[in-house]
Ligand binder design. Sequence first.
Ligand SMILES: Nc1ncnc2c1ncn2[C@@H]1O[C@H](COP(=O)(O)OP(=O)(O)OP(=O)(O)O)[C@@H](O)[C@H]1O
Length: 231
Amino acid sequence: MSNGDSTVPLLAARDLTKAHGRTEALRGASVELRAGEILAVTGTSGSGKSTLLHCLAGIVRPDAGSVTYDGQRLDQLPQKRLSELRRTDFGVVFQFGQLVPELTVLDNVALPLMLAGAARKEAQAAAGEWLERFGVRGQEALRPGELSGGQAQRTALARALVTGPRVVFADEPTGALDSLATEQVMTSLVHTAREAGTAVLLITHDAQVAAYADREVRLSDGAVLPVGVTA
Ligand SMILES: Nc1ncnc2c1ncn2[C@@H]1O[C@H](COP(=O)(O)OP(=O)(O)OP(=O)(O)O)[C@@H](O)[C@H]1O
């Protein structure tokens, strides 16, 4: 099923609740992401941002509420279909890129394509193009440990986008970077996502980063605050 109507959300969470033990991380959170939209989710530490991202990306199942992606209930999909859909439609980037330390930069980016069945040469060629788009040139043969923080995050973004996902989930992708590297990473991400028509759900506590988004929603105590309320 495809979702060409930009007024219908591509991804929607309704009334999500999720507890970690006795901590209620989400208490009725609702949020919508439209195709191609860049949405920032902000909020203080512990407000439930990462838990919301994990529920939306199908990494964890909510205790109650629904997650609808492209017309289907993500929270009710059997695990195998969910894993497959995550591989084809979603890309994820975390605060510390989480690249595979033993692989070269090129192979880190080629890996998702090879896991999807592409031949190594083909995957590496595509990976090289994505690294170039993200301005990581001449570093292909290095290991992640030899990169700067900004280069590592741009490599992680290339890896998240190489399969052509419809949604990229980025959890504090610049959280470990200084302000110049943050600007470079965000500029690359926004430019590339716009070009590819990829929607981005961006978690951040940094106003400099949120300013790159089309829209911002703010979480407080596990729920999204109404527009205009800043608690
Ligand atoms: N795996 C877990 N086990 C126990 N408690 C957890 C777990 N994950 C999150 N929590 C708790 O749930 C609440 C929400 O956490 P979450 O990480 O979603 O918030 P956050 O807004 O992303 O915070 P931060 O900005 O500090 O990363 C917090 O009180 C946190 O301590």
